[in-house]
Write a protein that binds this ligand. Structure first.
Ligand SMILES: Cc1cc2nc3c(=O)[nH]c(=O)nc-3n(C[C@H](O)[C@H](O)[C@H](O)COP(=O)(O)OP(=O)(O)OC[C@H]3O[C@@H](n4cnc5c(N)ncnc54)[C@H](O)[C@@H]3O)c2cc1C
Length: 450
């Protein structure tokens, strides 16, 4: 440990959206705040870069009408938004079959559609019974926590095409397989975001709009004028007589309160003294990050639009689970965005660069024709390889994780507070959830009399 010493009211650990918003609120309330960020940049799971003739998000990018906090923040900061392009027909790939459809649900046969509707209705009924803020309080929490989503949905006897469409949605939302997820956690997560169709949808759903200039600017702008230390990974936290001492390789910070705005999996890398309570450690130990590789393909022309296609693809067999039109706001840079998620991401990560590119381009060609195989640029952003995040879009829980671990990720421990999208009570896993968690932690710190 070297030299620099800080003494402030509150240290915020992590300069993603949750940390940035927390720091802004505390700073504006007159507190002395310092932010310690492990990486060389702010933004965490948001990352925007100028590429081709546009600026593109390689992390989180969409906002939806149900996400009031992020919509308000974007407006307050004077950032312009634009709608996701949805004109034209969509494509469903199922094994070797390619079908096109309009509307929200892929074109399936009448019996398939009925099964799909039944499954969706069943999940809607179940999720409304699971409180998003505390899933363990659900009446049948024990039964649901003991099973995976795979077990829960088995009763609907979905066939290959219908399962595939649902798998694509689940993988994209969670970065995981139905067999990875606790049914209880899945239902609470759906409830926090308004249901499966709201989370999977474009118009009226969570993928409705993008920000001109990208999402990372939110964290940058919120932190304007606030003391931020980059390359400052917190390694050790000591609580002594109600005060907190945080140690990084080059800096030591003392504070009356500390706010941890990190994925729960990253908290495991910090040595707490005294150690965190056993129930809390169990919960952290059982969290795992979703697996997601985000694909961005730039083209000289929007050939799919010219062929009457919206650019939207759903594929249950991988490697790409979904694709959307992702052209720049002024249409100067035509682009498609796609997600290789869940087990397909884990497979893709083991392939060398050329093989990974070929696998993704093959899928695009099957969906959109030969022009899709000739992008001017192709980026595969593997979030599992990102330091201090380790996966995306969100931390998850398998069966048997929530019930045995007393308490919740968000419960404060003395002068230690916990923010981050995983601790949210609304829109868990989303930018909106990160902001909700920041507001909660701000009131916690205020109630503590600081
Ligand atoms: C590919 C992808 C697509 C997504 N799409 C969307 C979308 O379209 N819409 C949407 O709403 N959401 C989306 N999300 C999710 C959204 O980006 C996240 O919910 C949100 O950014 C999380 O913010 P956060 O502040 O809670 O956590 P993070 O952004 O993870 O911030 C945590 C910060 O803590 C830092 N850190 C970690 N460990 C330490 C340490 N020991 N010391 C100091 N600092 C540390 C990290 O470097 C990071 O900067 C997506 C995410 C990904 C990756």
């Amino acid at each position: 440990m070297a030299g620099r010493e800080l003494d402030v009211d509150v240290v915020v650990v992590g300069a993603g959206l949750a940390g940035a918003r927390t720091a802004r609120l505390l700073h504006d309330a007159g507190l002395r705040v310092a932010v310690l960020e492990a990486r060389e940049r702010v933004g965490g799971r948001t990352l925007a870069r100028p590429i081709g003739a546009g600026t593109f998000d390689l992390g989180g990018q969409w906002i939806g009408p149900a996400q009031a906090r992020v919509t308000r923040l974007v407006r307050e900061l004077g950032i312009r938004t634009f709608a996701t392009y949805t004109e034209g027909t969509k494509v469903l790939l199922d094994r070797d079959r390619r079908r096109t459809y309009r509307g929200e649900i892929p074109s399936l046969s009448i019996p398939q559609l009925l099964r799909m509707q039944l499954a969706l209705l069943g999940l809607e009924r179940e999720r409304k019974r699971v409180p998003a803020a505390d899933p363990t309080a659900a009446r049948d929490a024990k039964r649901l926590d003991a099973m995976t989503l795979e077990t829960l949905r088995a009763r609907y006897r979905l066939d290959h095409a219908t399962r595939g469409a649902m798998d694509a949605a689940v993988r994209t939302i969670f970065g995981a397989e139905a067999a990875d997820l606790s049914a209880l956690y899945f239902l609470a997560y759906l409830n926090a975001g308004g249901g499966l169709m709201a989370l999977a949808g474009t118009r009226g759903g969570a993928q409705e709009e993008r920000l001109v200039g990208g999402v990372q600017q939110l964290s940058r702008r919120l932190l304007d004028g606030i003391e931020v230390h980059l390359d400052a990974p917190v390694e050790q936290v000591q609580v002594r007589e109600g005060r907190v001492v945080l140690t990084t390789p080059h800096l030591r910070a003392r504070a009356r309160r500390a706010v941890f705005a990190l994925p729960p999996t990253q908290l495991r890398g910090i040595a707490f003294d005294p150690v965190l309570p056993a129930g809390r450690r169990q919960l952290l130990d059982r969290a795992f990050m979703g697996s997601a590789v985000k694909m961005l393909a730039l083209y000289d022309r929007p050939f799919w639009r010219e062929a009457g296609l919206s650019g939207e693809l759903v594929c249950g067999d991988g490697p790409l689970s979904v694709v959307f039109d992702n052209s720049s706001h002024d249409d100067r840079q035509p682009a498609l965005v796609g997600f290789v998620v869940g087990r397909h991401a884990r497979v893709l990560s083991t392939r060398d660069g050329d093989a990974a590119r070929r696998a993704v381009l093959d899928a695009l060609v099957r969906a959109f024709g030969p022009a899709a195989g000739r992008p001017s640029e192709l980026i595969l952003q593997d979030w599992s390889a990102e330091p201090y995040v380790g996966g995306c879009p969100v931390a998850l829980f398998g069966p048997g994780a929530l019930l045995p671990s007393s308490g919740h990720l968000r419960t404060p421990l003395g002068p230690l507070h916990f923010a981050g999208t995983e601790t949210a009570r609304e829109h868990i896993g989303y930018l909106e959830g990160a902001l909700e968690s920041a507001e909660r932690v701000f009131s916690e710190v205020q109630s503590a009399g600081l």
